[in-house]
Design a protein around this ligand. Structure first.
Ligand code: IVH
Length: 672
């Protein structure tokens, strides 16, 4: 391949990969399989290695992989990043509006057009795009000097490294908030707890900790998200209002919160605030209020700013999801993976509409550090649908009767000695037959996001175990109506409902089944990847490390956990019994089509193992195309004997040439 062709292909691949990044990460609707994505990525990496001078600053290969640094260098914000005045009350919103109208000398009855946005609870950043290319990014810092976190920002998949527009300003500074979605936060903490690491207290801390990593390879593993909410310095473009600014940058493919809205006057602000308070609970990210901005940029300029905050904006915050109560007890709780967590039993207290009586203390090290004792008055906090946590103890309220709860030396459920693995903060019960671990694993199996066995909650699972009616999840599927009739307050109807729910769960999607198995390090997302890559549980059970690692996002640790799980004869037995009892996970209709979706093949020369028509049929059945001529779009040329000019063309374009046997081998494998 000559330099000119390489340059064109590098450019093409960059655009293509960024498009697929957007489809995958921002739109959640991938069009190609992971393997196809990897193929594109590898092709780009190879070309950039061969032609290093052609590598572009906005190349997707530069999203990951920088080595750790000693510290961050500092970046001066050309326009200081101010903060916002806060309020919690309606009357202060009325004052804010009146102040603005007075300042602008509006006539009686004239209303201000405001632009309202959710106040994201994350970390403020500034992004710099020069001629449409992402060239720098920093944290807010003290508002004047921030830290250069550009390398880490590059790992955020929804951040375009090149804006999708033909003409963009010469320099565009955009401000926004980096955050971690609640489900990603929960998953991250599950993984951290399983790995014996300290969990993050809340999504904001997790986002901040992830963005301020000196090793961007760690940041790359954290699924950070971004919403852009305002301009910094812009050279080469003018915007009339906040609404127009956000609409425009959204068209340039910068992520913008779709819940933002233009409203009129105080009434409009209050209605928006009420609307956001209601939907707050259903959002997959934390918001801590709404931000109200005067929409017109010329009015904003007229209003100007005070020392640390603009006159044209205000944060109207939600009441904190915190409350004060008392710790009645501290109870060690054994989880599915054997980790023993201290849980505070609290005097029930209402925290923004929800009665809280339990809160996690995360782990014993943190409990020690926070020095929370039985009898203490404490501050509890609820973040989204995350388990409530104890923030701190009011030590000044102690009267001497409080007492600390040391970490247990024996498992509270099975009495075996607990272990602290090297480098972990967690203590674990490693006893395989610990009843708590078995119970938690069964509860997890039946839970809503797993097999969704309606009605089969903690209480019934406990009773089934107590009466020795089950020992593994497979036993659930051999239960009879009589078995349930042992239970207190159980009638024919209820027993029938439970049996129906069990029956229904036999045909759940494969991804749910995989998740339900409780394989270490396999959360819902990974389970989905595995289900779509392997199609059947039988295939996953015999997957090799190479096959597992060929799936994007699956690393050696996860691959090892999966193999260890299926290598254990007890686990294989349980799965076997479930299948015998009629459990038949449905392979998800592969959303991404067949093995060759989007791929182009050219068959040339004399084929001996199949006819050309047969070959075409095979490729098409798997979602690919078989064409007659070699072009840059061709993925593979399959060459039989006496292949002619097409081979030369393939070599010239750097396209892989394979034999008939190699073609069949690719076909046999689960993913190309
Ligand atoms: S505008 C000068 N809009 O809130 C105005 N800020 O307390 C600058 N924040 O540092 C801020 N969501 O980190 C704005 N939609 C939004 C926001 C938002 C979250 C954060 C931001 C800022 C802090 C100010």
């Amino acid at each position: 391949m000559d330099t000119k062709a390489a340059d064109a292909r590098i450019k093409e691949l960059g655009t293509l990969i960024e498009r697929h990044n957007r489809l995958y990460y921002a739109d959640d609707s991938p069009e190609i399989s992971d393997a196809e994505y990897d193929e594109l990525f590898r092709e780009l990496q190879l070309l950039e290695n061969r032609f290093p001078t052609l590598a572009r600053p906005d190349s997707p290969t530069r999203r990951i992989g920088a080595l750790p640094r000693e510290n961050f260098s500092q970046v001066l914000h050309r326009i200081p990043m101010l903060s916002l005045e806060n309020t919690l009350t309606e009357s202060e919103i009325v004052d804010f509006d009146e102040r603005i109208k007075r300042f602008l000398s509006l006539a009686d009855g004239e209303e201000i057009h405001y632009f309202c946005e959710p106040k994201m609870d994350g970390l403020a950043v500034e992004l710099v795009f020069e001629d449409g290319v992402f060239t720098g990014g920093s944290t807010r810092g003290d508002g004047f000097l921030g830290e250069d976190v550009a390398l880490n920002l590059r790992t955020i998949k929804s951040l375009p490294l090149r804006l999708s527009a033909n003409t963009t300003p010469h320099r565009l500074e955009v401000r926004g908030e980096v955050y971690l979605a609640l489900k990603d936060f929960q998953q991250l903490n599950v993984e951290r707890e399983e790995a014996g690491e300290q969990p993050f207290a809340n999504p904001r801390n997790a986002a901040a900790g992830s963005l301020r990593q000196l090793d961007s390879r760690i940041t790359a593993k954290r699924p950070l998200s971004l919403f852009c909410y305002g301009p910094g310095e812009i050279d080469g473009c003018e915007f009339a209002s906040q609404r127009i600014f956000l609409d425009t940058i959204a068209q340039w493919s910068l992520p913008v919160n779709p819940l933002s809205k233009s409203v009129c006057g105080v009434e409009g602000i209050l209605a928006y605030y009420r609307e956001m308070s209601t939907i707050r609970e259903s959002l997959d990210y934390e918001i801590d209020g709404v931000v109200v901005k005067v929409d017109s940029f010329s009015l904003q300029r007229e209003l100007g700013e005070k020392s640390r905050s603009p006159r044209w904006a205000i944060a109207y915050k939600f009441p904190p999801r915190q409350a004060t109560t008392m710790v009645e007890d501290i109870v060690p709780q054994v989880g599915r993976t054997g980790v023993i967590t201290p849980v505070a039993h609290l005097k029930p207290v209402e925290v923004s509409g929800v009665i809280v009586s339990r809160a996690t203390l995360h782990n014993w090290e943190e409990l020690g550090k926070k020095d929370i004792r039985i009898g203490d008055t404490v501050l509890v906090e609820r973040a989204g649908d995350v388990i409530p946590a104890v923030v701190k103890a009011f030590t000044e309220k102690r009267d001497g009767s409080e007492h600390a709860f040391p970490p247990p030396e024996l498992c509270p459920e099975c009495g075996s000695k607990v272990t602290k693995l090297p480098g972990e903060v967690a203590i674990r019960c490693l006893e395989l037959s610990c009843p708590a671990k078995i119970r938690e694993a069964i509860i997890h199996f039946a839970s809503r996001n797993a097999m969704d066995i309606e009605g089969l909650g903690d209480k019934y699972v406990e009773q089934l175990l107590r009466f020795n009616l089950i020992t593994t999840v497979a036993d659930l599927y051999t239960l009879t109506r009589d078995d349930f009739m042992h239970f207190e307050r159980m009638g024919n109807k209820l027993a029938g409902n439970l049996l129906n729910a069990l029956e229904k769960s036999k045909k759940r999607e494969l991804s749910r089944f995989i998740y339900a198995l409780g394989i270490r390090n396999v959360g819902e997302h990974t389970a989905k990847l595995l289900a779509s890559a392997f199609g059947r549980i039988e295939n996953l059970a015999v997957a090799s490390e190479t096959e597992l690692l060929s799936i994007r996002e699956i690393g050696p640790q996860v691959a090892q956990s999966i193999m260890a799980f299926f290598n254990n004869p007890r686990n294989r037995d349980v799965i076997h019994h479930m299948i015998e009892a009629g459990v038949e996970p449905i392979s998800e209709e592969k959303r991404l089509g067949g093995k060759f979706t989007g791929m182009n093949f050219v068959f040339t020369g004399t084929l001996t193992q199949f006819s050309r028509d047969e070959a075409k049929r095979i490729v098409e059945k798997e979602g690919g195309h078989a064409t007659g001529s070699v072009s840059r779009k061709t993925n593979y040329v399959v060459a039989g004997a006496d292949a002619g000019s097409k081979l030369g063309k393939a070599r010239e374009l750097g396209i892989q040439v394979i034999s008939e046997t190699e073609f069949l081998e690719i076909l046999e494998k689960k993913t190309p």
